[in-house]
Every structure is written in C-alpha cells, then in structure tokens.
Design a protein around this ligand. Structure first.
Ligand SMILES: [Zn+2]
Length: 71
C-alpha cells in the first residue's frame, strides 16, 4: 500500500480505486488530500481514484515502520 503525506497539512492517506475500468482508455486522475483537498500526485488510470485518510491504527503502524527503517 502506498502511503501519501500531504505537504500542505501532513495528513497521511492512501488511494483506493472507486470503480472498475471504464471503456475509453486512461485519464489523468488527481490524488487529492482527503483532509484539505491539496493535489499531492496524479496517476494515469482507467479507474476512478479516491483517497482515504489512514485510521489512527494505520498511522501508528506506518510511523512505526518508517522509524524502524531509518535506524
Ligand atoms: Zn492536506
């Protein structure tokens, strides 16, 4: 799972695919911060992208693993 950090508000979130593929090819979808709406990244995809903030448990696990890999 790719975790994004919003540079504007430091929210941690990940993307999810809201639907299957559409006929007609790929389009550029924005990956927006679910907290402040800042566009953090874009991805070429034929699915519809949404974003979801990490839960408290997921944030704790993510930050723990990030800290561990730094040592
Ligand atoms: Zn944000």
């Amino acid at each position: 799972m790719t975790v994004y950090t919003c540079p504007a508000c430091n929210e941690l979130f990940h993307k999810n695919y809201l639907s299957g593929t559409f006929p007609g090819g790929k389009e550029k979808e924005d990956i927006d911060c679910p907290s402040c709406g800042h566009t953090v990244a874009t991805e070429m995809t034929s699915a519809v992208l949404g974003t979801k903030a990490l839960t408290a448990d997921e944030k704790t696990a993510y930050l723990a693993s990030a800290t561990k890999s730094r040592t």
